[in-house]
Write a protein that binds this ligand. Structure first.
Ligand SMILES: Cc1cc2nc3c(=O)[nH]c(=O)nc-3n(C[C@H](O)[C@H](O)[C@H](O)COP(=O)(O)OP(=O)(O)OC[C@H]3O[C@@H](n4cnc5c(N)ncnc54)[C@H](O)[C@@H]3O)c2cc1C
Length: 493
């Protein structure tokens, strides 16, 4: 995969102003915005019409916002706290200056740069208002954890509502959609400008879509590509399957074709947003969010993580990643009979497969395939470290913490001692990969020298902006905001 000038003998399948690759929220926001700007737009989409929309189709679409007009209080601070790793202060100090004058090393640096984050945060209310003007409704949707601390609203009807609202609008505006058409590489013209995309259709035919003004890469991350998962995430990437059917369609071509022409990478290529799911279930997002009330053990019967270090919405990603690092990428969430005293615990479970249940812990270990002797020792040590007394409260951080145990359990620590005993197997599902492309505030893809690559834009998961802990409930917004920016800038060119 690489880039080349269009050959004389290549079939031209379309010639428009703007070519958009992918039709999740990022692609649709870009396509509709460009079309509203008077541009002729072609969308290429790998999936069929009925399966289109990638991850967007399956998300509940929580948005990190206080209300429709205001992002969460901690929006920029959370990005700043997860901007990158051991960043060089001498280099990053330059970010205080005018963006136009940032040195090339800084513009192309792989970190969540404050300019990008600030324009992202300030652009969100406009993107949300635009969606509302296109028939999307927002409100409250119950979160699946017993505790939460992130301010959020949600798209009513989830991501599917976004797809179903924007697709007919795009069609009415004359946007052309080519389904079962996969973009593979970029076409560069004689001046070095990105001038189109080379694609393959369902019959294996190849052709070129020419773009007079720009190509928007909105084709998601690489969670559906086993080779890239192994290459970037490492051996344990093999255990992290996509959390939805939509993620399987995201095979990283958008990222690869841009890197091949000198785009700057951004976002942590070695990580992904993880959710704890039951691997026995084929449902979308079959989460097991009850682990803070129990313990997590691996196949060897050992604990490996503080299950209750905070509210579950801030902990589940780290818990999932820790499970992913265990042998076989597998852990077990072990619970005892006291769980039934907790009102509403069932809504934290989205797998339809019942837990493994047993009258004794030995039987539970045998049924689940957990090593019995070390499991016994783990339970004994854990129970002995639980504090005596009352005060358990599943709805808040209750401070019931183990004493003298490593790893500790910082809240909700109660002995595992009452039948029936239950456990759910848990793996880390891959919601989306972090590695992507560096863009400027107009969603223009930057080169490794920090220069905007003429004619090339990226939006959504294809944009790399996350490091460390995912700033939750910002990925749909990333699609809407950068899609809008890309479509608008391409239309202006
Ligand atoms: C179950 C689930 C729950 C989630 N919950 C939330 C949440 O509450 N809040 C939040 O902010 N985020 C959430 N996310 C993440 C968020 O939904 C996605 O990151 C976001 O919707 C991605 O939008 P996108 O347009 O970038 O990519 P996608 O929606 O994945 O769209 C990419 C499109 O590109 C197509 N494509 C891929 N490669 C090619 C190619 N080479 N050529 C042509 N087409 C191609 C795909 O088929 C797909 O249609 C969740 C995700 C899932 C799956």
């Amino acid at each position: 995969m690489g880039a080349a000038m269009a050959g004389q003998d290549e079939a031209t399948w379309g010639a428009v102003d703007v070519v958009v690759v992918g039709c999740g929220i990022a692609g649709l926001a870009a396509a509709v915005t460009a079309a509203e700007g008077g541009q002729k737009v072609q969308v290429l989409e790998r999936a069929t019409f009925t399966e289109r929309g990638g991850n967007t189709r399956y998300t509940e679409a929580f948005l990190r916002m206080r209300d429709e007009a205001t992002v969460s209080d901690d929006f920029e601070a959370d990005f700043a706290a997860n901007a990158g790793y051991h960043l060089d202060p001498a280099l990053v100090a330059g970010a205080a200056g005018d963006y136009a004058n940032w040195p090339s090393l800084l513009r192309s640096l792989s970190f969540a740069d404050p300019e990008l984050v600030a324009t992202f945060a300030s652009g969100i209310p406009e993107a949300v208002a635009w969606l509302k003007g296109h028939g999307v409704r927002f409100g409250d949707t119950p979160f699946f954890g017993l505790t939460e601390s992130i301010q959020r609203i949600a798209v009513q009807g989830g991501g599917l509502a976004l797809i179903e609202a924007l697709t007919p609008i795009a069609e009415r505006l004359g946007v052309a959609f080519a389904y079962q058409t996969t973009a593979h590489d970029l076409v560069i013209d004689g001046t070095g400008r990105v001038a189109g995309v080379r694609a393959m259709n369902a019959d294996g035919g190849r052709g070129v879509y020419r773009a007079a003004k720009g190509v928007v890469l909105a084709s998601g991350g690489f969670q559906g590509n086993a080779e890239m998962m192994a290459r970037y995430i490492g051996p344990h990437g093999r255990y992290a399957r996509p959390v939805s059917r939509g993620g399987y369609y995201n095979k990283g071509e958008g990222i690869r074709m841009a890197l091949a022409i000198g785009a700057a990478p951004a976002g942590d290529y070695s990580d992904f947003h993880a959710e704890p799911i039951d691997p026995r279930s084929g449902k979308t997002e079959a989460v097991v969010m009850i682990f803070p009330l129990g313990i997590l053990v691996n196949r060897e019967g050992q604990r490996f993580f503080d299950e209750a270090q905070g509210t579950v919405d801030r902990t589940y990603e780290a818990a999932s990643r820790a499970a992913n690092r265990q042998s076989g990428g597998l852990a077990f969430c072990v619970l005892d009979g006291k769980l039934d005293q907790v009102q509403g615990w069932q809504r934290t479970i989205r797998t339809e497969v019942p837990p493994i249940a047993a009258a004794t812990l030995d039987e539970l270990a045998a049924a689940a395939g957990i090593a019995r002797e070390p499991f016994r020792a783990t339970i004994a040590a854990f129970n002995a470290a639980c504090p005596p007394g009352e005060g358990f409260d599943a709805r808040r951080l209750d401070g019931l913490a183990t004493r003298g145990l490593f790893p500790p359990k910082s809240n909700w620590a109660r002995p595992i001692d009452r039948a029936p005993f239950r456990c759910y197997p848990v793996i880390a599902a891959n919601t989306f990969t972090f590695g992507g492309l560096k863009v400027d505030p107009d969603a223009r893809v930057l080169s490794t020298d920090g220069v905007a690559i003429p004619g090339l834009y990226a939006a959504g998961e294809t944009v790399g902006i996350y490091y460390g802990r995912y700033t939750g409930s910002t990925s749909v917004l990333r699609g809407a905001h950068f899609g809008r920016r890309a479509g608008r800038h391409a239309a202006r060119r």
